[in-house]
Write a new protein. Structure first.
Length: 425
């Protein structure tokens, strides 16, 4: 029930380190179930979702031990249970990723269906279709997906949509299948490439990760390895936008510029200064005149839907008219009503938002409705005149480690408080 109290109109200046990618870490933790020896993961962010995934693995008999400094040791040699508890899987959709690895290791898996999502429909039918193509018998009963197979058998799999989750599920399951699996119309996100690199270190044979076609040559077993997750491109992108919206000057360390190329291009179009200082260092400054721009979200390498809300906050204070087209999720404008409370001028129709820039936003009590919407409201509060109170920040904690501490370190005035604080009573 914590809230953020933000005093705006302060340019952010300084250096921010970027953590490991949440979405990569969660998939890799699920992939660790395929290994019969222990694996050590580095650069794992300290987030609620990572804790939930650790609890999911623990419920299956797997030993998960923090090693300090953002490292985890996962020993799935003790994997014994093929059923995940309902209360854990329904906390986080990424928990469903364990279905393919459990099935491949144990020959059976029983996982609760993850249910709905605030930002729109995220069905798992492509996951199940892919597993059926590999020879699994899959049924839906009493809210659970149940899959069985004596051994999975490699086969051609075509995805009707380049789903990240389905691509990862099928790729993981195919690692222990007999023969070769060819997956077409794959998602190409960097997190898939990172997962494939982890699995390859464990002994998997995977070709084409990051392209439209992935080929997996099945193996009898996978062993252990050490692996460091890639930097979080969405966290990095959020702070890059923070530099522009506060007219600040931030240097991001531990970043991979090629993973945020679409955002770099858009920020430069808007008028921000973006400089790649090293292979893992990027500087962003909002020191010049900025202008409106149009944005269309797309699967990677297009503009990421996970940065749509944040860049809307920026466009809301830029002169001119901007248009955002959201093509990935059908209900990802939940933050619009909250930005309107802060004085933004935004009209939506279907998957299109038309933003008429205003001279300034003003602080107001607002509520995070999902992870990225919450980040967008924090950015708006940093730029707004007066005080902004962002409630339901547990959503934000799912994807940003110590965000208030990082922003405070570069000049932002943001603090966390509980609902018992008199200022919020």
């Amino acid at each position: 029930m914590d809230r953020f109290i933000i005093e705006g109109e302060r340019p952010l200046v300084g250096t921010i380190p970027v953590n490991g990618a949440k979405n990569a870490a969660l998939a890799i933790m699920a992939g660790a179930l395929l290994a019969e020896d222990a694996v050590t993961l580095h650069n794992v962010p300290r987030l609620i979702d990572v804790q939930v995934m650790s609890e999911v693995l623990g419920s299956l008999g797997v030993a998960v031990r923090p090693q300090g400094g953002g490292s985890l040791r996962i020993d799935a040699s003790t994997l014994t249970d093929h059923t995940c508890p309902y209360d854990l899987v329904t906390k986080m959709r990424a928990s469903f990723f364990v279905l393919g690895p459990i099935l491949a290791r144990l020959g059976q898996a029983r996982i609760p269906l993850p249910g709905g999502c605030a930002i729109g429909s995220r069905p798992v039918d492509l996951h199940l279709k892919g597993l059926r193509s590999l020879g699994a018998k899959v049924t839906i009963e009493h809210g659970y997906a149940e899959a069985t197979a004596d051994r999975l058998v490699g086969a051609p799999v075509y995805l009707d949509y380049p789903s990240v989750g389905a691509t990862e599920t099928i790729m993981m399951a195919a690692c222990l299948a007999e023969g070769t699996t060819v997956i077409d119309n794959c998602a190409q996100e960097p997190e898939i490439v990172d997962l494939a690199q982890f699995l390859s270190k464990c002994g998997a044979r995977i070709e084409g990760a990051g392209t439209e076609q992935i080929v997996v040559h099945g193996r009898r077993r996978l062993g252990g390895c050490e692996h460091a997750t890639i930097p979080d491109r969405i966290e990095a992108g959020t702070f890059m936008i923070a530099a522009a919206i506060t007219r600040g000057d931030l240097t991001l360390e531990g970043i991979r510029p090629e993973l945020v190329a679409s955002l770099i291009s858009k920020l430069q179009e808007i008028g921000a200064t973006v400089a790649v200082l090293d292979q893992d260092v990027v500087r962003v400054a909002g020191d010049g005149p900025l202008q409106a721009a149009d944005v269309r979200t797309m699967p990677f390498p297009g503009f990421p839907t996970d940065l749509q809300a944040q860049i809307m906050s920026l466009l809301a204070v830029l002169p001119g008219t901007s248009v955002i087209s959201e093509t990935v999720f059908e209900n990802r404008f939940l933050h619009v009503d909250e930005l309107l409370r802060m004085g933004a001028n935004i009209k939506t129709e279907g998957n299109v938002a038309v933003i008429q820039g205003v001279a300034e936003l003003t602080g107001a009590p607002v509520r995070a409705t999902d992870l990225r919407a919450g980040a967008a409201l924090v950015l708006a509060g940093l730029a707004a005149r007066g005080q902004t109170v962002v409630s339901d920040v547990h959503y934000i904690d799912r994807g940003y480690q110590d965000i208030e501490k990082k922003l405070s370190a570069v000049g932002g005035k943001i603090s966390r408080t509980g609902v018992t604080d008199p200022i919020l009573a």
